[in-house]
Design a protein around this ligand. Sequence first.
Ligand code: ADP
Ligand code: MG
Ligand code: ZN
Length: 481
Amino acid sequence: MYKTVIGLEIHAQLSTKTKAFCSCRADVFELEPNTVICPVCTGQPGALPVLNEKVVEYAVKAALALNCKINLRSTFDRKNYFYPDLPKGYQITQYFTPIAENGFLGFKFDGDEKRVRIRRIHIEEDAGKMIHQDADSISGASGSLVNLNRCGVPLIEIVTEPDISSPKEARLFMELLRDTLRALDICSGDMEKGALRCDANISIVDEERGLSSNRVEVKNINSFKFVEKALEFERERIIKALETGSDVNRETRTWNFAKRETISMRSKEEENDYRYFPEPDLPPLQLSDEYVERIKERLPELPQQRIERLIREYGIPEYDATVLGSNAKLSSFFEEVAKSTDKPKEASNWIMTELLREINRRGIPLEKMPIGPEHFKILFELLEQEKISVKIAKELFPLMIETGKLPDQLVKERGMEQINDEKLIEDIVLRAMESNPKAVKQYREGKKGVMGYFVGAVMKETRGKANPAAVNEIVRRLLES
Ligand code: ADP
Ligand code: MG
Ligand code: ZN
């Protein structure tokens, strides 16, 4: 038996207005290169950093949401390395004493209670970005360019303990973390835009032989899907090595999107020695209990709490609660519908399938959709009173969204009422039997499948409005008589 051991190091970009240690704006994604820089974030001699208070507030919010112990006194340190995207020659981080430690994020996974411990959360600044280009087809020019806009953009790094036991679980953890950071309104959570990045560490334990593989780190994963894919690839690769009695190298790899595999970047021996030392330009950060308490009091309801509450208060399944509870707007809409219809399970079904489909298809956010609880209330009543079939209800749904009209009005306008008239249905079935005696014979000889032919005939003639239960019942009765 092989056991998978995974630990994540996550960088989350904080959505503050300005950078971590200067007053340049921080939302630099897609801005003209090198236009959002100043002497501080580009490390000019004599320029001094000043800590952005919002960065501290956001880091404390994340730490509380992840159940961490806050270090009221934390320190800033320099992580030294040379690379053109880092003109200062060092990154300001919190190495010796981070702002928070020893937390956890709990969630349900396949029915089990899962708890991933958080080792630490620290504040740091981002570096710039290199753009490497191959020979240009027109000018023939090749080379590397640097964009320093991202220098000094505030990040928190969240380091987990190696408590994650499968690639799928790693993905789930990342998604829940994103939803949590979004609920706190401190990070956009967009992995595709680099606002949330993840380095994934994985090793495999061979439980029979009682040995553990080397650990591999996959760097800079930029999508939730790739977290899972890259780790699955590594898991297979490591197990293969163990089975031949060898092991993989202790190294850093990267996910190659095009080849759908990981490739080696460097071995651990080639790692930088960062020569960390205390940042002399920033005093230690000293927080008070009252400050932390004030932030704690104002924390919003977090996705995991909401998911648990939805299960408890509305009796919906864990899966439904997870889909609905991950997003504050969606779940409060669900709650309104569930309350006004008094049918939480139906509400969750319709919202998760039909409503989410329309939102995705039309690219219109929920708050701009011209429908509310009243629409669902009437729709459910029409269904319950058998005035419409489920099939018709599903046709009505997009019409409701297009027009904003209530379903009973649409049913009237378009003559979509369900046909429950047994006599009428019988007539259609009898006519179909007359015109296709062969099918009747087949049915009576035991080919029960031809029943569908007669049901189809009724549906066709009534344009889908016949009550399906009644049609089935009548078709069977007439064929068997
Ligand atoms: P390093 O000093 O090499 O960066 P750390 O102890 O700081 O290593 O751990 C970095 C990350 O690697 C953490 O997220 C941790 O959970 C994870 N990790 C540690 N040991 C293992 C292991 N045996 N298998 C998988 N992940 C691990
Ligand atoms: Mg580390
Ligand atoms: Zn600046």
